[in-house]
Write a protein that binds this ligand. Structure first.
Ligand code: COA
Length: 173
């Protein structure tokens, strides 16, 4: 496989957003149109602590990962508050880094790009607690990646097929 360049950014241009949508769509197939995706993407881009890692092969975007600082009043944080054990919710939610999405296009999965993206995105984060929601299937590639990177299961997700995971930032001040 050709060389992969990874860049981390705190802002994205309109052109970059237009590049990310087809990659997102190819990986997840869960959003009807680019306009629908842009509604949540642009909201997420504007949040405090927004950070995205973009992986390119010969200039073409092949993978991305992003997150921001989760706070009460945001939809996911409020929903997670309702499903996690109250003590866990109190300890973890609010001011956490929320890893919203990580995706590698199918043609280049399994070549170490996802692991590099996760490492690059989280390097230098100042939030003490990191959180994400993923499949409850512990054999899924994403679950294996998170487990091997030190993420632990915190409790149920927002549906029966999901779990919420967390990781403490070992480098936080
Ligand atoms: C999950 C995903 C981001 C991983 O990226 P990737 O580039 O394919 O993964 P990597 O090659 O970096 O592998 C990292 C680890 O993931 C796990 N993994 C990757 N592919 C796997 C597979 N086919 N089967 C089992 N585990 C796998 C392994 O633990 C691997 O570590 P190892 O190589 O040391 O064993 C990618 O497969 C993807 O985009 N999947 C679809 C979208 C998705 O599920 N996103 C996460 C939503 S929460």
């Amino acid at each position: 496989m050709s060389h992969i360049d990874i860049a981390v950014q705190e802002r994205v241009t309109r052109d970059e957003s237009q590049e990310i949508w087809p990659v997102y769509d190819e990986v997840f197939h869960d959003t009807a149109s680019e306009d629908e995706w842009l509604q949540f993407w642009e909201k997420h881009c504007s949040r405090t602590g927004f950070k995205v890692a973009l992986a390119r092969s010969d200039g073409d975007l092949v993978a991305f990962a992003y997150g921001y600082t989760g706070q009460p009043g945001q939809w996911w944080t409020d929903q997670a508050m309702g499903v996690l054990d109250p003590q866990v919710a109190l300890e973890w939610l609010g001011g956490h880094f929320e890893l919203v999405s990580i995706g590698v296009i199918p043609g280049v999965q399994g070549h170490g790009i996802g692991r590099r993206l996760l490492e690059t995105l989280t390097t230098g984060l100042t939030q003490e607690r990191w959180m994400l929601m993923t499949t409850a299937d512990a054999t899924d590639p994403a679950r294996r990646l998170y487990a091997s990177d030190g993420w632990i299961e915190l409790g149920p997700g927002l549906s029966a097929e999901k779990v919420i995971m967390g990781k403490l930032n070992s480098r936080a001040a």
